[in-house]
Design a binder for this molecule. Sequence first.
Ligand code: SAH
Length: 217
Amino acid sequence: MTPSRIPDADRARARARMIDRLEGQGIRDKKVLAAMASIPRHRFVEKGLAYGAYDDTALPIGLQQTISQPFIVARMIEILCEGRELGRTLEIGAGCGYQAAVLSRIASEVYAVERLRTLLDRARENLRPLRLPNLRLKCADGTNGLPEAAPFDTIIVAAGGLSVPPALKNQLAPEGKLLIPIGNTGQRLLLVERQGSIFKENWYEAVRFVPLLTGTE
Ligand code: SAH
């Protein structure tokens, strides 16, 4: 069934259930919940999957990539929002554009980079009707950060690396925060907080992301 044939009321109910579930899973930040409630997730997944768009699962978005489950999207943003504004934000791994859209509701500016050109084109199409003026997309290898727009108050990486790319640490603003899944077989979220020339590291929960690769295609 195509998204257009799913009644709006069903979608609205599914989205409301997603927000209730996120609260049940421990997401407390009202800003994050409101941002998640405002973005139509069904517009970002493949048409045949639109019915499951609000379930708590990762879903395929083409080219062997996945949109993260809603809980992980909300949780990562909540960790980065704790006690602060997101400010100028860089997302590495824009995929279908969903998380970038959620971030754009909270951050002052969002730059989202994606290494796969075809996927980025899809993200642009998905995002166009939402008219998010503070979101910019670029096809680039995010392991280099985005030097032309640095420094960033917040950097969020939506693909798993084996270590933190040095360029990302260098492009953090003096009080900036970076969240990245790290690990080979077992990944965990690593929060890097810059305090001037010092970088503090804290580990969070286990996650499963597609690998952070290099180059563009
Ligand atoms: N945040 C996305 C889902 C991310 S899936 C969403 O909301 O849909 C992870 C994405 O990271 C994939 O699309 C993959 O192509 C991309 N990726 C992996 N390594 C990358 C790199 N070095 N630079 C930019 N994007 C990268």
